[in-house]
Design a protein around this ligand. Structure first.
Ligand code: ZN
Length: 325
């Protein structure tokens, strides 16, 4: 029996890339394209793991992705965690296009794509670091010792991977999505004694989710774009500017929508800042009155800070997936 828990974590990197794509003028589009495509590929890669895991019915497990845990004065990020009664598998998904050469001795990945050679950090070292941190973290939080294993998954099945140095010691830690079942099977054979029951696994899951720290966009990365970001509410169908004619947002393409402003609010949170005032929203959404601005902000049910005259609405529920645009 499989236990599969879907926890919605907004893919921030992709959402920022999409917001920039919609809100920056044409001349920026070539340079945005690369990050948009790689963000889309990353999300596709992670979803493909979920797809394969849904089919894994041999042993009960809980899968959760995008966990960020506090660690000293910093945080550490876990791409994916497969929690079982016998072990934890920490996954790091890599979705490369082109031709990839993995050199575990030199601890690097080189990728040839579009005649361009790029070098990346060894993903196995990355995931091993995460394993060490998770071990310490669980120990500090009073959990019994649990076997924690690393796994790098090259999710793009059409990308050939070459091993520069064929080291047998590395091979068990890298796989394709299709090899994940075998990897789990081997680990259950290897770790025969459970560290707890399925109820303990669920308690571990709850504990991890409870301590997860949501990420905020790094606004300083986009300061160069800031003066060029186009404001206004965009049509969900054609991305052109909409105007407000109560109670709808209307577009020249014929689309009418009551809640199109919610995406504008989310875009503002992704690109500008994580709080907004009535005046700032009025300007960003091109509204004609403070009354309308406040009405819409109240409708989204955002927590607010400050007194009546200096009220700021907190947009962080969007990042936590609690409000969906
Ligand atoms: Zn339209």
């Amino acid at each position: 029996m499989t236990k599969h828990i879907a926890r919605y974590v907004p893919p921030l990197r992709l959402h920022i890339a999409e917001a920039l794509h919609v809100r920056l003028p044409q001349e920026f589009q070539p340079e945005l394209k690369k990050s948009l495509l790689s963000a889309r590929a990353g999300v596709r890669g992670e979803r493909s793991i979920e797809y394969y895991l849904e089919d894994y019915t041999v042993n009960e497990h809980i899968y959760l992705r995008d966990v960020r845990l506090p660690y000293g004065t910093h945080h550490f990020q876990l791409d994916g965690l497969i929690l079982t009664t016998n072990f934890i598998l920490v996954t790091e998904v890599k979705q490369y296009a082109g031709t990839v050469t993995y050199d575990p001795d030199l601890q690097q990945i080189t990728r040839l794509y579009d005649n361009e050679l790029a070098t990346y950090e060894d993903p196995l070292q990355q995931v091993k670091r995460a394993v060490r941190k998770l071990t310490t973290w669980l120990n500090l939080h009073g959990f019994p010792p649990i076997h924690i294993e690393p796994c790098v998954i090259f999710s793009n099945n059409s990308t050939p991977i070459e091993l520069a140095n064929s080291r047998a010691s590395t091979l068990p830690y890298i796989c394709r999505p299709g090899g994940l079942h075998d990897r789990l099977h081997d680990l259950f054979a290897q770790h025969r004694n459970p560290w707890g029951t399925m109820a303990d696994v669920r308690a571990l899951y709850e504990h991890l989710v409870q301590h997860h720290v949501y990420e905020l966009p790094s606004y300083s990365d986009n300061t160069a774009y800031a003066p060029y970001i186009k404001s206004g509410v965009r049509c969900p169908a054609c991305k052109k500017l909409m105007s407000y004619s109560r109670p709808h947002w209307v577009c020249r393409c014929g689309r009418r929508d009551r809640s199109a402003y919610r995406q504008a609010l989310y875009d503002y949170a992704l690109l500008k800042q994580s709080t907004i005032s009535t005046r700032e929203f009025l300007e960003f959404a091109h509204l004609s009155s403070r009354y309308l601005s406040q009405l819409m902000l109240n409708e989204v049910n955002l927590p607010h800070l400050g007194d009546r005259y200096h009220r700021r609405y907190d947009l962080s529920p969007f990042f936590r997936g609690e409000i969906i645009p």
